[in-house]
Ligand binder design. Structure first.
Ligand code: HEC
Ligand code: HEC
Length: 214
C-alpha cells in the first residue's frame, strides 16, 4: 500500500514538473526574446531602429546590461515616472507588462542581438565642431569614441539619434530623468547635464550622433 502511494506521488510530481516546463515555453532565450520583442516592435521598429514620431529611440545593439538596467528602472519607477515625461511614461507602461525578471533578461538579450541602426539628422542648429570640443567632458565615462563603459554603467552613445540624445540631456538637466530614488547611475549623468545650456545640448547631440558606432 505504502509503495503504491509513493508511486502515485512520484507520478504527480513528474506530471507537475512537465506541466511547469510546458508553461515556460521554449527554453532558448533568443527564441523567447524574439517572441517577447513582438510587443516592442510597434514602437521601436521590427529591427530596433526606433520611431521618432513615437519618441521611441533606436535600441538595436544596445548592450544587454544597459537594456536590462533601463527596463528595471522603468519597472520600479526610477525612470518614466515623472509627470512631465510623457515618452517615459509610455515606456514605463510597457515595461510593467513584462511578467517577470526572466522576461526582462530574454528580451534584453534579443535587443542586444539586433543591429545598431543609423538615424538621419533631425535637430537643427547644432554645431558638431563645438559639440566635439564639449564632448571632452563626456569621454571619461562614455569613451573617446562613445562606445560606453560597462564598469561605469555608461552606455554607448556614438551614432545615437540626435533628437533622442538632445531629449535625454534636457531630461537629465531638468530632473525628469536621473532624479528618482533608486537611480544612482542616472544621478551620475544628471550631474553632468545640469550645467549644459540649450545650445550646448544641440551641439553635443550633433557630435554624438555623427560618431560612428564601433
Ligand atoms: C508604446 C510604445 C513603446 C513600446 C511598445 C515599447 N517602448 Fe521602449 N520606449 C518607448 C519610448 C517612448 C521610449 C523613450 C523614453 C524616454 O524618452 O525616456 C522608450 C525607451 C526604451 C528604452 C531606453 C533606451 C535607452 O537608450 O535608454 C529601452 C531599453 C526600451 N524602450 C526597450 C523596450 C522594450 C524591450 C520593449 C518591449 C518589451 C519596449 N521598449 C516597448 C516606447 C515604447
Ligand atoms: C561620470 C560619468 C559620466 C559622464 C562624465 C557623462 N555621462 Fe552620460 N551617462 C552616464 C551614465 C552612468 C549614464 C546611464 C544613466 C542611466 O542609467 O540612466 C549616462 C547616460 C547618458 C545618456 C543617455 C543614453 C540613453 O541611451 O538613454 C546620454 C545621451 C549621455 N549620457 C550623454 C552624455 C554626454 C553628452 C556627456 C558629456 C556632456 C556625458 N553623458 C557625460 C555617465 C556619464
Amino acid at each position: 500500500m505504502r509503495n503504491r502511494l509513493e508511486g502515485v506521488w512520484q507520478f504527480a510530481a513528474v506530471a507537475l514538473l512537465l506541466g511547469a516546463v510546458a508553461c515556460e515555453g521554449p527554453s532558448d532565450p533568443m527564441v523567447r526574446g524574439a517572441a517577447r520583442y513582438d510587443q516592442c516592435a510597434p514602437c521601436h521598429g521590427a529591427k530596433g531602429e526606433g520611431k521618432p514620431a513615437l519618441a521611441a529611440p533606436p535600441i538595436g545593439g544596445l548592450p544587454r546590461w544597459y537594456v536590462e538596467a533601463q527596463l528595471d528602472k522603468f519597472r520600479i519607477g526610477a525612470r518614466g515616472a515623472h509627470l512631465e515625461d510623457s515618452a517615459g511614461l509610455r515606456m514605463r507602461t510597457m515595461a510593467l507588462t513584462l511578467p517577470a525578471e526572466r522576461e526582462v533578461q530574454v528580451v534584453a538579450h534579443y535587443v542586444s542581438s539586433l543591429p545598431h541602426a543609423a538615424s538621419a539628422p533631425s535637430v537643427s542648429g547644432g554645431d558638431s565642431t563645438r559639440g566635439k570640443a564639449a564632448y571632452a567632458a563626456c569621454a571619461s565615462c562614455h569613451g573617446v569614441d562613445g562606445a560606453g563603459n560597462p564598469q561605469l554603467n555608461a552606455p554607448p552613445i556614438a551614432g545615437q539619434a540626435d533628437w533622442y540624445v538632445a531629449t535625454q540631456l534636457a531630461n537629465f538637466k531638468r530632473g525628469i530623468r536621473g532624479a528618482k530614488p533608486g537611480d544612482a547611475t542616472g544621478a551620475t549623468m544628471k550631474a553632468m547635464a545640469v550645467g549644459l545650456d540649450e545650445q550646448q545640448i544641440k551641439d553635443l547631440a550633433a557630435w554624438v550622433a555623427s560618431m560612428p558606432r564601433g
